[in-house]
Design a protein around this ligand. Structure first.
Ligand code: PMV
Length: 336
């Protein structure tokens, strides 16, 4: 009962921040994202009668692996909860060994939980024989959410996807596949430090911002524009609604109680450069998740020039180039 999967992180063009039900991780609003080809988690799991307890090891670029404790709080604790959820669904009692590796730094505003939680859920389902759930992507996306991450459910489908929330359910659907549009997301890394506030803690404070209600009022229109911009490949429209949404989410973060400031000097340096390049006629926009690193979005024809200019900024440590990617897949390449 060993299985492995591979899954991308994603960048949300229209983001979710805040959960109307924190027990079932139900977001207040839909969100739209693009899978990232170069921010990948690989996970291998094995259920066995030989094991006395569940164990999870996580590594970065195959170098150091750290072992998570089952008593861990926050997101890492949710991973053990997801193992339990899947054991119940499959009606099995065996303990499981999990090993997972990311090819990009986690906790720095690149959605590590998106790739990691989706890879874990799919590998567990495969190893536990839950093949009908794997075949039903809508049900699978909903199960991925139960791991504690809404962003993770968007990684299941290929390409550009939307997580859709109803009164008491949330599932993902595809807007277009990964070949639809040659966009590039150049992540400008301005810090490798762990972020100050986890997204789990941040979500719970969203409602304390006086601007949260305004954000929710605006979001349906922004979602509609974003969907249309992707389908019509209208880059200016996509860029405008993506930037407006990032600013709106960070305004909510900064005005929550207590306030959360994720940006650093490097973030502002990249933003100012983008404004300057755009004034000079280059088509380039930004998106920022819960962290200081900036996702610089452009068309593939401009990517080389923009990456070189980003690397000339003294606060940019390195870049990661991504194109639209396929979603979570089963692989026969095991990590142990
Ligand atoms: O689903 P979570 O808990 O990983 O939170 C994701 C939050 C943002 O990345 C800031 C926004 C988003 O929609 O991806």
């Amino acid at each position: 009962m060993k299985a492995s999967s591979i899954s991308p992180a994603n960048i949300a063009f229209i983001k979710y921040w805040g959960q109307k039900d924190q027990k079932s991780f139900l977001p207040y609003n839909n969100s739209i994202s693009m899978n990232l080809s170069n921010c990948i988690s690989k996970t291998t799991v094995e259920f066995s009668n030989e094991l006395k307890e569940d164990s999870i090891e996580i590594g970065f670029e195959n170098k150091t692996f750290s072992k998570l404790s089952p008593t861990e709080s926050g997101k890492n604790g949710f991973l053990f909860g997801q193992i339990e959820n899947i054991r119940k669904l499959a009606g099995i009692a065996q303990k499981v060994r999990v090993k997972s590796v990311n090819n990009f730094p986690s906790d720095a505003g690149i959605a590590a939980s998106a790739s990691g939680f989706s890879a874990l859920t799919v590998a567990l389902c495969k190893a536990a024989g839950l093949n009908e759930i794997i075949a039903d992507k809508r049900a699978l996306s909903s199960l991925v959410r139960q791991a504690g991450s809404v962003s993770a459910m968007r990684s299941i489908f290929d390409g550009f996807t939307e997580s859709c929330v109803t009164e008491n359910e949330c599932y993902t659907q595809q807007i277009a596949d990964e070949k639809h549009w040659d966009l590039v997301d150049i992540i400008a890394i301005t810090t490798l430090d762990k972020k100050s506030t986890s997204s789990t803690d941040g979500h719970s404070g969203a409602e304390t911002s006086p601007y949260f209600a305004v954000r929710l009022q605006e979001i349906s229109e922004r979602l509609a524009s974003c969907r249309k911009a992707i389908l019509q490949k209208d880059f200016t429209k996509l860029g405008e609604c993506m930037e407006a949404d990032t600013i709106s989410m960070h305004a909510v973060m900064m005005t929550s109680k207590p306030p959360i400031f994720y940006w650093n000097e490097g973030t502002m340096q990249v933003l100012n450069a983008i404004f300057k390049w755009r004034n000079e006629g280059l088509q380039v926009y930004f998106s920022i998740d819960a962290g200081a690193n900036v996702h610089v979005i452009c068309l593939s024809k401009d990517a080389q020039e923009i990456e070189a200019s980003l690397l000339n900024l003294d606060k940019v440590l390195r870049t990661i180039i991504n194109v639209p990617a396929m979603g979570t897949k089963i692989t026969e390449e095991h990590l142990f």
